[in-house]
Design a protein around this ligand. Structure first.
Ligand code: AMP
Length: 422
């Protein structure tokens, strides 16, 4: 490789097997969403920065440190979307969807961008699938979304995943609790790391996400938000749990699960496959009843989740469960008569038009090499055309499983292949 070769970026490259698996994964997600009344939508890749800073919050990691920002010719500050939720709420508010039957259920999939240290499972360009139900504060909807997310993992054959849930109460619960938490942090300030001290004023909840062992010990005994939420939020959480319990969904209540974005309220959840390593979170979600107001809309409840397609794919790969690509080739054309190539390639395209999946040798292989290639790609049939067959304007069609061979006139070849395919 020459010195000026541009190496692959730190992303999960979508090579053929993975790309095929990704489509299979997305097809599953689509089928599951549509089966539950969620309709596909799409949102812009770049948005005004304010859409994210006003919702997820300046103090959140995603907005404060990880957004890709740029200024356009109109001096607007734009951001590559780091996630979908705010855009989907804006879609709902901006298109009068509150007049439709509530909740409005939508899903989407696409690239998201975050400036983060790249490692396995953590990329600067990654793919999320996302589902949201906007317009209902019924706890049944929180449970419906958790169940939908798990149904996808289950349909993909993912095993050993863990669901953690928590409640972080309503907006009004937050400040009184944060005051209690700050007092606690102040009392233990000598035993927590620099990052927590820095976040003390701005976003002390982040302390629960610390990776610093001594700080983790301190946070294990910290006052938990779930003990400081309103009666209404407590009842909501109990109801969500009863909807999960009735479905037989297994979960752990994790009082330290606060999630990094400001807009969350009440229910939060995360799903992980711990064996994935440092980036084991494969998806997370929550309720965001205050989000609409933060972008100038009327109070509108909502709940949803996002899941990282790359991480789910890595987990499937590790578990040996990557959806297999549909590689079956119906017919491999082994053409040994040079004069026959143009006519046979034209027939090959006609067969493709008729729905027969076929390929031809394009590497100038000799007879043996072409037959080997037909075997290797698992072709159901091989169409052989040497000088003798070409002289008769015919070919031999060999059934690769039985070894049976018949001569077929070229003008009947496409029909033959279509019928043979069944
Ligand atoms: P979040 O919006 O941070 O809760 O992210 C939802 C899901 O997106 C996570 O559980 C991950 O599966 C995935 N995800 C988030 N950030 C990244 C990233 N930088 N690279 C790959 N996947 C990510």
């Amino acid at each position: 490789m020459s010195d000026d070769f541009i190496p692959p970026r730190g992303t999960l490259d979508w090579l053929p097997a993975r790309q095929a698996a990704r489509h299979a994964m997305l097809d599953r997600f689509r089928a599951i969403c549509e089966g539950s009344g969620y309709a596909e939508v799409a949102t812009p890749v770049f948005e005004e920065k304010a859409l994210f800073s006003r919702t997820a919050g300046e103090s959140s990691e995603v907005v404060g440190k990880e957004m890709y920002l740029f200024e356009d010719q109109g001096e607007r500050v734009l951001a590559l979307r780091p996630e979908f939720t705010a855009s989907l709420m804006r879609l709902y508010l901006g298109n009068g969807m509150s007049r439709e039957a509530q909740p409005v259920r939508v899903w989407c999939a696409g690239s998201c961008y975050r400036y983060a240290a790249v490692q396995r499972g953590r990329y600067r360009e990654f793919t999320q699938v996302d589902a949201e139900a906007i317009g209902s504060d019924d706890p049944a909807v929180d449970a419906e979304l958790i169940a939908l997310q798990l149904r996808w993992y289950d349909a993909l054959g993912l095993e050993g995943i863990e669901l953690r849930i928590n409640t972080i109460g309503d907006k009004g619960d937050r400040e009184p609790y944060l005051a209690v938490l700050r007092d606690y942090l102040d009392a233990h300030i000598d035993h927590v790391d620099e990052e927590i001290r820095r976040q003390r004023d701005l976003n002390p909840l982040r302390a629960f996400d610390t990776k610093h062992p001594e700080s983790q010990k301190v946070m294990a005994d910290a006052p938990k938000i779930a003990d400081h939420v309103s009666e209404a939020a407590r009842e909501h959480f109990a109801a969500v749990r009863s909807f999960l319990d009735a479905r037989g969904i297994v979960y752990t209540v994790d009082p330290t699960l606060v999630r990094g974005l400001d807009y969350y309220s009440r229910t939060t959840w995360e799903v992980a496959w711990p064996e994935l390593g440092a980036q084991s979170g494969i998806g997370g979600g929550g309720r965001y009843d205050g989000l609409a107001e933060s972008i100038g809309g009327p109070a509108t409840p909502g709940v949803g989740f996002a899941s990282g397609v790359e991480r789910v794919l890595l987990a499937l790969e590790d578990q040996g469960r990557l959806p297999a690509p549909a590689t079956r080739v119906d017919a491999f054309f082994a053409i040994f008569a040079d004069d026959a190539r143009p006519a046979l390639h034209a027939l090959l395209d006609q067969a493709r038009d008729a729905g027969v999946r076929c390929e031809a040798d394009l590497a100038g292989r000799a007879v043996k090499g072409q037959m080997k290639q037909a075997d290797r790609i698992g072709a159901a049939r091989t169409v052989v055309c040497g000088d003798d067959e070409w002289a008769r304007r015919a070919c031999l069609v060999r059934d690769m499983a039985s070894g049976e061979q018949v001569e077929v006139p070229l003008d009947g070849l496409v029909e033959f292949l279509v019928n043979a395919k069944g």
